[in-house]
Design a protein around this ligand. Sequence first.
Ligand code: FAQ
Length: 311
Amino acid sequence: SEASKLAAFDALIAENQRIEPSDWMPEAYRKTLVRQMSQHAHSEIIGMQPEGNWITRAPSLKRKAILMAKVQDEAGHGLYLYSATETLGITRDEMLDQLHTGKAKYSSIFNYLAPSWADMGSIGWLVDGAAIANQVPLCRASYGPYGRAMVRICKEESFHQRQGFEILLALMNGTEAQQRMAQESVDRWYAPALMMFGPPDAESPNSQQSMAWKIKRFSNDDLRQRFVDMIVPQAEFLGVTLPDPDLRWNEDRGHYDFGELDWDEFYAVLRGSGQANALRLAKRRAAHDEGAWVREAARAYAERAASSERL
Ligand code: FAQ
């Protein structure tokens, strides 16, 4: 019966066991996972654009090779996550359709422009840094295919973060103009990176249920705090200033205090009025249309292979 299936599911969650694709699961659990995992996949694919734009302008052969490898990793993460999401009974076409029609979200962070080379440093250091802080706990997500996907993805993200940090370090050891370029970029990416963790806990409609299901292991605000505590000493090492006058160590809490973020800006970006929303979606749709012949060829090949097998 439905009640005994639910009891078995609840017991698996309570015992920190994994839910697998063939297991019974509540419809709301499935829907939440499809939402979060597909949006995560979309973020990886849309997230290729700001850095992809810089591949032809990387300042050296070495920087270009590293940047290409990173953008390829992001494509891999996206495909890996789409496959994991398909185990929940939604097709790749349906997910892409949701992205292209604006029905599905992707991370707010990719609606900001990346006009300088130093932004490749800030994206690696701050954006991948925030991604790691958010994703390491997701390695223990209750849904098996998601948690397992996260293990490999986190390993690659930590390489991504180090390469971004190293770009900024090289600039901070460079000329005054290069130091200014690095600082100016950190000034733009700091607050949007903190917003990647989602709205404050009190305004996060999904958190409570997702934590009860052990999809999310920590709240948005807890992970944001963890991230701030992590980057302050890194910023000191780099010699960059984090653009927040309220940022200071709080002895009693054992954490850094930081200023209120501009949540109006966050919601405006979610509604589509960020610097690059229109640009990102237009490029994604064009890439999809230009790839139609590849999908057709793959389908024709699969049909031919299937019919020759029958012969
Ligand atoms: N952007 O109730 P909550 C990367 C939405 S890392 C846009 O708190 P939830 C690597 C949220 O979807 C980035 N929308 O929601 C990379 C919900 O709307 P919905 C991707 C956001 O799910 C680096 C509403 O607000 N990482 O790509 C954002 O419990 C460099 C209410 O929010 C992931 O996706 C936001 N920042 O918690 C690639 C991690 N925050 O869906 C290239 C997995 C919230 O009901 C270059 N996801 N919203 O319409 C998660 O951990 C969670 O989904 C959260 C949000 C924490 C993002």
